[in-house]
Design a protein around this ligand. Structure first.
Ligand code: HEM
Length: 405
């Protein structure tokens, strides 16, 4: 990347809470693979076009290895600590390449199949109904994040994994520190240590006495045919717990806000719930809440889009930019529930494409259908523009959604 004179800082700020940073559109038009400067001062390539995003995320010459010295992080990190054995996140499948990644993903993939998620639906419905019952009993006004957005995916992932829901206050707090860019390195290290200690203890207990839940089944299977060591099991538990609640919670909150702001579309969805799955794909595209964790490092020279990404250079795929590519999605700034948006990359692309996407879709469908059917008069108590959006989080969302009905 020596030919590069200017490399703007990344991540970039949003001007409108509902839109990606304005720079994405000009970069996509003028320089769809452009150099940027990461928070630690390192250079990386920012990818803003849909076709290059998909090509690079599917390219076996790019690596997800967080311990590579050029891996682009969205915050400053203590790189030296990343290889320590008590820092298991770098041993999770998200941070592995094939063949290790393939082995880890295969160990749990059947737990997230369409058939398995279909079987979870009645229980998800029950959880959502209980949250809505509690909202109605409270009478409002209340914060939808605490009443519904956060409890639903947290309870679902806790029950699936076999993590006590009673411990949610702690793991939700540690997760928040980890995904907030303004957390200091010390705060992030402390949160990561506490979460690791917690899940290490839980995994050890399940190793001693396997339980009938995802982690218990994984541990039992692994004891018969070992493919993962203890640290990797803890890494798996950490990844699934974080990814399973924080993402979907934000998507629920933003989806509710978007629909409350669009009464015509909301009426249409209430009258024809059959179009809800398609509307959810469009909301996933529109918000692209996990914008830039799809970072990689090139292991070989890659010629693409008129540039050469050299071996050993980092790249960041801005999913939110790719999903607003007007060559692929006409008028991307319009949230159009009639659009077929299924080819969005909000769940990533390639071997690391979101493992929990079927589960996320089921949770979103059940929450939106139930909430708007049972509380038809739901409304925000403050203008949507004044909500506290998560401007400094790796997963976009909103801290609080005050509602009444
Ligand atoms: C709306 C909700 C969600 C969004 C937008 C989302 C987004 C993503 C994205 C973009 C990736 C790709 C990361 C990369 O390529 O580096 C990913 C991976 C992953 N997601 Fe999700 N996710 C969501 C919900 C979930 C849920 C509910 C789970 C359940 C546990 C989950 C588990 C995972 C896992 C395990 C990976 C890593 C897969 C791998 O490395 O092979 N996600 N997700």
């Amino acid at each position: 990347m020596t030919d590069v004179a200017t490399a703007p800082p990344f991540p970039m700020a949003r001007e409108c809470p509902m839109h990606p940073p304005a720079e994405y559109a000009s970069l996509r038009a003028e320089r769809p693979i452009a150099p940027v400067t990461m928070p630690d001062g390192q250079r990386a390539w920012l990818v803003t076009k849909h076709k290059y995003a998909r090509a690079l995320l599917a390219d076996p010459r790019v690596s997800s290895n967080r311990t590579h010295p050029a891996f682009p992080f969205l915050t400053e990190v203590d790189r030296a600590s990343l290889t320590r054995d008590d820092r298991p996140f770098t041993r999770s499948m998200l941070a592995q390449d094939p063949p290790v990644h393939t082995t880890h993903r295969r160990a749990v993939i059947t737990e997230f199949s369409v058939r398995k998620v279909q079987a979870m639906r009645p229980r998800i419905q029950q959880i959502v109904d209980e949250c809505v019952n509690a909202m109605l009993a409270d009478g409002g006004p209340l914060d939808l994040v605490q009443a519904l957005s956060l409890p639903v995916p947290s309870l679902v992932i806790c029950e699936l994994l076999g993590v006590p829901y009673a411990d949610r206050e702690a793991f939700q707090r540690w997760t928040r520190v980890l995904v907030t860019r303004s957390s200091t390195t010390q705060e992030r290290t402390a949160a990561s240590d506490r979460l690791t200690e917690y899940l290490d203890k839980l995994v050890s207990a399940k190793e001693a006495a396997p339980t009938d839940d995802l982690l218990g089944r994984l541990i039992a299977k692994n004891a018969q045919t070992p493919t993962m060591d203890h640290t990797e099991l803890v890494a798996m538990a950490t990844l699934l717990l974080i990814a399973g609640h924080e993402t979907t919670a934000n998507m629920i909150s933003l989806g509710v806000v978007a629909l409350l702001e669009r009464p015509d579309e909301l009426t249409e969805l209430r009258d024809s719930p059959g179009i809800l799955p398609q509307a959810i794909e469009e909301m996933l595209r529109y918000f692209s809440i996990v914008d830039a964790i799809t970072a990689r490092v090139a292991l070989a020279d890659i010629e693409i889009g008129g540039v050469t990404i050299r071996a050993g250079e980092g790249l960041v795929v801005a999913v939110n930019a790719a999903n607003w590519d007007d060559e692929v999605f006409a008028e991307p700034q319009r949230l159009d529930i009639h659009r077929s948006a299924r080819h969005h990359v909000a769940f990533g692309f390639g071997v690391h494409q979101c493992l929990g996407q079927n589960l996320a879709r089921a949770e979103l469908e059940i929450v939106f259908e139930t909430l708007f059917r049972r509380i038809p008069g739901l409304r925000l108590t403050v203008p949507a523009a004044d909500l506290p959006y998560k401007d400094d989080a790796n997963t976009y969302g909103v801290h609080e959604v005050p509602v009444t009905w």
